[in-house]
Design a protein around this ligand. Structure first.
Ligand SMILES: [Zn+2]
Length: 248
């Protein structure tokens, strides 16, 4: 409803309610511009996990994780506005983990995109595992900045209705990861190579559990993938705007 609809006889001059509406909208716009301008001009490194030769986890239907990682990372690049992106591993030819972080030099944030699996003994009941998870390292050059960015990304995923999986915290071989933030599904994974060797805050994102057939269907769906990509992009922008990932 417009102000002139409320005050039909007052349409030639700006009525007081309209003025307030306009000034309020101006302030909101200015605040948003201010936030996004702090992210504008920043560069992040976006890393597609695994490669064509070694595609990572196999989904319930037998698709390699790399294909999921590439599709989601590509959608993240389309969702990020005003942020320059160093594309790492998009060609599927990456052979070493340290080459990934070397390519990220100068970026304010290193974000690695993955899709999740479960330990072999749980594959027959994989449909019981679902949700995203985020990993950060205390051996990174900036653990505080890494955790802050992971929280910003998690908050957007939660707002979207995604839920974290906590199966990486189980005290069994291959898991046993300490939780840095249980509500947001963020774990410490100190020796994860890309997190430890990154020269800037670094976050590894497991978008969902592709060995679960239902979760695979969701993650393979164009609309839901774009929605997740949008949430990740908003989280990254918030993190850059908040100064958690400091300009280098
Ligand atoms: Zn992976």
């Amino acid at each position: 409803m417009t102000a002139s609809a409320v005050f039909p006889h007052n349409s030639r001059s700006i009525s007081i309610p309209e003025f307030h509406l306009r000034s309020a909208s101006f302030l909101v716009t200015a605040a948003l511009l201010n936030l996004s301008s702090m992210a504008t001009g920043s560069t992040i490194a976006l890393d597609v996990g695994h490669s064509r030769a070694r595609p990572g986890a196999l989904s319930a239907s037998g698709v390699g994780e790399f294909a999921f990682n590439l599709a989601l990372a590509t959608d993240v690049t389309r969702s990020l506005r005003g942020v320059a992106i160093k594309r790492v591993g998009f060609d599927g030819q990456m052979r070493s983990l340290t080459a990934r972080t070397a390519e990220a030099e100068g970026a304010r944030l290193f974000l690695s995109i993955h899709h999740d699996s479960v330990q072999p003994q749980y594959v027959p009941v994989a449909d019981q595992f679902a949700g995203y998870s985020l990993f950060v390292s205390r051996k990174n050059v900036d653990p505080t900045g890494s955790l802050a960015c992971a929280r910003d990304i998690a908050d957007e995923l939660l707002a979207l209705g995604r839920r974290p999986t906590l199966h990486h915290a189980e005290a069994i071989p291959g898991e046993n990861r300490p939780l840095a933030d249980v509500r947001r599904g963020i774990y410490w994974f100190d020796d994860l190579v890309v997190l430890r060797t990154a020269q800037q805050p670094a976050v590894l994102f497991e978008a969902g559990v592709i060995v679960n057939p239902n979760e695979e269907a969701l993650l393979a769906n164009d609309q839901s993938r774009k929605a997740i990509a949008g949430a990740v992009a908003r989280g990254v922008t918030a993190c850059l705007s908040n100064g958690a990932a400091k300009q280098t």
